[in-house]
Design a protein around this ligand. Structure first.
Ligand code: ZN
Length: 332
């Protein structure tokens, strides 16, 4: 790809890139789950219009890889679109819009959702929080459940200690919501988390897991169709673990299993990692490098400079940082 520009002006935007992060893109307000936090399809279209009208150039993942390897100079105001967690929205809502506009999206698949047809804990949590919008009540419910389990099979700290450590305001959430999320995401022992989640999911969301799985995620044939039409696919682990917190063997196995599921859609010598929850450490870095990853994407907030920044700590901006949601992108 010999597309290096001749005029090497110093300090211009030729190596800067905005990477936008999307999760759910769907019709939310009138849906069965109006509490789900995501982007309305209409706002997605508005955002693409805004980017186009304001001189942003949509780039492909292959161009980003080449840019980090210094064989390719990015256009000014380069922007790349990334979609996490393999939602069916990405096929039904996003894909036709991107196709029509000739834009490539990069889609990151947690292997287990395709392989085992289960709903990931992270998504169960989203739907529990969306259906039970009284998060104070939810927290109380969770604490009661912990009281029931404490001192039996699991070693659980006192509720007061847990609250003191984890009930803190988050970037997007109030302290009680943060507390519930953290308990169910990674603080408690995994088996206990699964038990609590299953019981909260049954009681609150009250939809068979298989039905929600079917509604929620990309199917294998959809992934193949998107790939065939030029969309990019990348790795997002298997179980969607906090890889930076997992033990070495568990972490490595999770990454390898995740790659196997999307094997037909990736280049094993030049694939892209997207760390679930943005969680990684030096060990994770070494494993993905040895397995052929060329770039790795985080949830750190910022704009990247492909000449200066590391290819394994790539920052993103959220869809909410751009119009029609906000103008926060201007701060980076
Ligand atoms: Zn994810």
């Amino acid at each position: 790809m010999m597309m290096r520009l001749k005029n090497k002006r110093k300090g211009t935007g030729m190596s800067k890139v905005n990477i936008i992060m999307y999760h759910y893109v769907r019709s939310i307000a009138g849906s069965r789950y109006p509490g789900i936090k995501g982007l309305e399809t209409g706002d997605f279209i508005k955002q693409l219009d805004f980017l186009k009208e304001n001189g942003f150039s949509f780039i492909r993942m292959e161009e980003l890889i080449a840019s980090y390897q210094e064989s390719y100079v990015l256009p000014e105001k380069a922007v790349l679109l990334t979609f996490d967690d393999a939602y069916r929205d990405h096929f039904t809502e996003v894909f036709p819009i991107l196709l029509e506009r000739g834009i490539q999206g990069s889609f990151f698949v947690p292997g287990e959702v395709v392989d085992r047809k289960v709903v990931l804990p992270v998504n169960k949590i989203h739907f529990i929080l969306a259906v039970e919008n009284d998060h104070h009540h939810l927290k109380e419910e969770l604490l009661k459940m912990l009281d029931q389990h404490r001192g039996r099979e699991f070693d659980i700290p006192e509720n007061g200690d847990l609250l003191k450590e984890y009930e803190k305001p988050g970037k997007f959430d109030d302290p009680e919501t943060v507390f519930v999320k953290k308990m169910l995401q990674f603080v408690l022992p995994e088996r206990l988390r699964d038990m609590l989640l299953e019981s909260l999911f049954d009681k609150i969301v009250d939809v068979p897991e298989k039905v929600l799985w079917d509604e929620l995620y990309l199917k294998d044939y959809q992934i193949k169709a998107m790939k065939k039409s030029g969309m990019f696919f990348g790795a997002h682990g298997y179980h969607h673990y906090h890889l930076g917190e997992a033990g070495h063997d568990e972490m490595k196995e999770d990454i390898i299993k995740g790659l196997q599921v999307i094997d037909s859609c990736i280049d094993r010598d030049s694939w892209v990692m997207n760390y679930p929850y943005g969680s990684y450490n030096d060990d994770v870095l070494q494993v993905i490098r040895s397995l052929g990853a060329k770039l790795a994407i985080t949830t750190k907030v910022g704009v990247n400079d492909t000449k200066k920044d590391d290819a394994f700590h790539i920052c993103r901006l959220n869809t909410n940082d751009f119009p029609p949601k906000s103008d926060k992108y201007l701060n980076y």
